[in-house]
Design a protein around this ligand. Structure first.
Ligand code: G16
Length: 543
């Protein structure tokens, strides 16, 4: 790094001093925290993104300003690699180091060491770097995006391109398309989804009139973008609520995280919606869960990520059965949060089920090992990955099949699904379109879909503690290794309940320890969850 580059980094870093006692880590999905404290973090992630782009030149990197399901006053930043997937985990420690560097001088010395070690050529006349920036609708997003732009541009030869308000999956999709040399605008995203959705609808043998779907847009970017998509689609009857225009607050008693954790109806929905198919997005529209009200009560029937995964698995398997394609390796990936009943159901279908740590970056990696890998977290984050080799094989196969035959239709469906469902990351919009296709294909109502299996009652609790990092778990997060003795105490509680299962883990996005509990009755699941939460408090203290 030459003197001019060092001066440029020092100058821009002076604008964004690190707030006192701020300690952040890249976490499950990037850096998150109170938005008023994040300017230095976002600026530094801007620098990191430029370095990543130069390292992988020629390539475009994505930088998204969002805190997704967190409260509206929080914000955050996450990075997309050129593939559209999450930032390589190998770079996360460097992210942690620079985010916490106490002074501009220390920051620059860390960058210098890293640039040398990684042999990154800055301003050496090679390919320049490019970082595409997006943000959700949080009020703090605009100023933070500006901080990111300054960070990106402080690295010589790198340009920041502001793509404005987007869902996280849109930015990932666009980055992936750009790096593949494809059309990569937001309009291209909508057109690609619309074309494959129409193709899948046309392939449905006995089309029934579809009933209305109601979307809870969580007062965030997802509702806004679905309004745009509606303009492209003629065959989806959808009503959009909680768009944020009517004064509702982002994620406050609305959205996928609220609906999935609390299992109650979001604001804006009520007695008039009994029996209607409803869906909730989260704050940056990378998660979706379906639900319906079976009575005028607040309680809902939830169709979470596990049920979406099961629906998709059935559909894909049905197509593979038509092809009699024993050589396609189809697998599904879940986390410890997956309801035990869903895992039993998937295994009963003869599917290979593997487990990963919480965080899409972990699930995505495992799903990519299959020809067709379906991954979903119970919270509604997931997608279907098709290997490029398998898609080429399908495309070649289609050429040999007679148009309109069952085999040809099955191949066309699989290819259209690979185009519809986001190959970069979980995407609520494309997930919604695929659920709608599959329900119509099966001729199923949301109630019928819900009957695939019956969830074991479960309970999730958040516990605020002075230091959540005191909880250390095994790699699959099913057992706590620290604090010493807590797992034995948890096991003692689990043993008291029939089919009892419970685990704890530190959240990577909120300052809490999460507790998950499951048992044969809701009363037992609640009681197990509460007693494990009590154990967390007694081992770690309450904050
Ligand atoms: C993020 C991750 C998800 C993860 C969720 C909760 O979601 O992308 O994979 O399940 O956080 O993580 P944790 O339990 O560690 O807080 P989102 O939608 O908030 O970006």
């Amino acid at each position: 790094m030459d003197e001019t580059q060092i001066a440029s980094l020092l100058k821009s870093s002076d604008l964004f001093p690190l707030p006192q006692s701020l300690k952040l880590s890249y976490g499950t999905a990037g850096f998150r925290g109170d938005a008023t404290l994040l300017a230095s973090t976002v600026h530094r992630v801007g620098i990191l993104s430029s370095l990543r782009s130069l390292k992988l030149a020629p390539s475009t990197i994505g930088l998204m300003i969002t805190a997704s399901h967190n409260k509206a006053s929080d914000n955050g930043v996450k990075v997309s690699d050129p593939s559209g997937g999450m930032l390589s985990q190998e770079w996360e420690p460097f992210g942690d180091q620079i985010a916490n560097a106490p002074s501009p001088q220390k920051l620059v010395s860390l960058i210098r060491e890293f640039v040398e070690r990684e042999e990154i050529s800055i301003g050496g006349g090679g390919e320049g770097g490019e970082v595409w920036l997006g943000r959700d609708t949080r009020p703090s997003g605009e100023a933070l995006l500006r901080a990111a732009e300054i960070g990106v541009s402080s690295v010589s030869g790198c340009v920041a391109v502001n793509k404005g308000v987007l869902t996280t999956p849109q930015l990932h999709w666009m980055v992936r398309a750009k790096n593949k040399g494809l059309n990569a605008t937001e309009k291209d995203y909508f057109e690609s989804l619309t074309t494959s959705f129409k193709c899948l609808i046309d392939l449905i043998p006995n089309k029934l009139e579809s009933s209305k779907l109601v979307l809870d847009g969580t007062n965030g970017v997802g509702g806004e973008k679905m309004e745009v998509l509606k303009g492209y689609l003629s065959n989806l009857d959808i009503e959009i609520r909680n768009t944020g225009r009517d004064g509702g607050v982002l994620n406050e008693s609305v959205g996928a995280d609220f609906v999935q954790k609390e299992k109650v109806v979001p604001l804006g929905f009520g007695v008039n919606d009994v029996g209607v198919r409803c869906v909730s997005f989260d704050g940056d529209a990378d998660r979706l869960v379906y639900f319906y009200l079976s009575s005028g009560e607040k309680k809902i029937e939830l169709l979470d990520g596990d049920k979406i995964l099961s629906l998709f698995a059935l559909f894909v398997k049905e197509q593979l059965n038509v092809l009699d394609d024993g050589c396609c390796r189809l697998g599904v990936v879940q986390t410890a949060y997956a309801n035990g009943a869903s895992t039993d159901y998937l295994k009963g279908l003869g599917l290979e089920v593997v487990f990963a740590k919480t965080g899409v970056k972990h699930l995505h990696e495992k799903a990519a090992e299959f020809d067709v890998g379906i991954y979903f977290e119970a919270n509604g984050h997931g997608t279907i990955l098709f290997s490029e080799d398998y898609v080429s094989l399908l495309v070649d196969k289609r050429k040999e099949l007679s148009e309109g035959s069952d085999e040809c239709n099955a191949v066309s469906r699989l290819v259209a699904v690979s185009n519809l469902i986001n190959q970069a990351v979980g995407d609520a919009i494309s997930g919604l379109l695929l659920v709608e296709v599959v329900l119509r294909h099966m001729g199923w109502s949301v109630q019928k879909w819900n009957e695939l299996y019956k969830d074991l009652p479960s309970r999730q609790v958040k516990v605020e503690v002075p230091d959540r990092t005191a909880v250390v778990t095994t790699s699959e997060e099913t057992e706590a290794l620290r604090p010493l003795g807590i797992q034995d105490a948890i096991n003692g509680e689990i043993r008291k309940y029939k089919r009892g299962r419970a685990f704890i883990r530190p959240s990577g996005t909120e300052d809490v320890v999460r507790v998950y509990a499951e048992a044969t009755t809701q009363e037992d699941a609640d009681s197990l969850g509460d007693s494990v939460a009590q154990l967390v408090k007694s081992f770690l203290g309450s904050s």
